[in-house]
Design a protein around this ligand. Sequence first.
Ligand code: SAH
Length: 345
Amino acid sequence: MTTIYDIEALEEIRSRNAVQPHRMKLFRNALFKSSNDWKDALAVLPEEVRADFDEHITFQCLEMAERHDSEIDQASKLIFKTHDGHLIESVVLRPKSGRISICISSQVGCACYCSFCATGKMGFTRNLTVAEILDQITQANRMLKPEGRSIRNVVFMGMGEPLLNTDFVFQSLEMMMDPKLYDLAASRITVSTVGIPNAMEEFTSTYPDVHLALSLHSAVQEVRQRMMPQARVYPLEQIRETLVAASRHGKVMIEYLMLAGVNDRPEDLQALEEYLQGIPVHINIIPFNEYPGSNLRGTPEAERTQFADHLKASGFNVTLRYSLGSDIAAACGQLVQHKQKESRT
Ligand code: SAH
């Protein structure tokens, strides 16, 4: 399947039809910058070449299967179906600041099996291709067009572990930042990882301006292992060295999901402070999004605030994240899981 994301194939068709480069630029802008429909984008090309493009290029590689708009905040959850019938999800967030963000998936399912994550319960199916990663953004932009908005920030915090799909994730980063395509600034993109040291190093040296987020969730090795099996392979000590190196390029975001009685005790706070001492980080305290089938409970808000206050008092940069789109099951993998259950019954 040749998609609009296959720039070499597009160039080949351009050249065999002798389309002027400036026309091609207008065509690319229509697709990637103005988020036009296929017909409108084709209309930019000379009439006699449209059929060739139409016949050989697939405009859309994901099918938008469902759209859920949150009633309590401005989030939209999108469920996409891949050509081989798998479901993946993206969440569009419309914060009051006006900077529209999209949380995208990088894999179908996930091989990391974090105890608290709905995607982990599905197991791993396959990596998403470059086209499937980018199509989430293009289709979200098309959805936002009537609102006069477009995606300004991209975070790899949907389904999957982006640093276990580095080939396609890195290629998609290149295309997101390409001035001829999406033209997104590196500083508007965040890649979130469970902590795969060699891939983190490659990522930060290749893309020093793209933000890195580490899902730390605990600075106690034994607790982290229980929450994230991947922690057995890459112990906290090794990840710390990588963090120190990564932070030379800028602040790293540390994600800390708070689970009652698991990682919210005084000793957890102390371990976290010691672990991050001296590294320029921004800590994001995340509430647990509960979902059916999980018996874990989130730390209540008052205690999360207290935990954050202690960190602030020790000089750390801290943000308390509130749950976005909780009425539409916006946390990683939840909606797809829900839908898979529905289709089984
Ligand atoms: N694999 C990557 C990116 C996907 S998960 C990573 O782990 O960072 C994105 C973030 O959502 C991670 O910080 C993850 O720990 C968090 N998350 C997963 N399930 C959650 C849940 N039920 N409630 C709140 N956050 C969750």
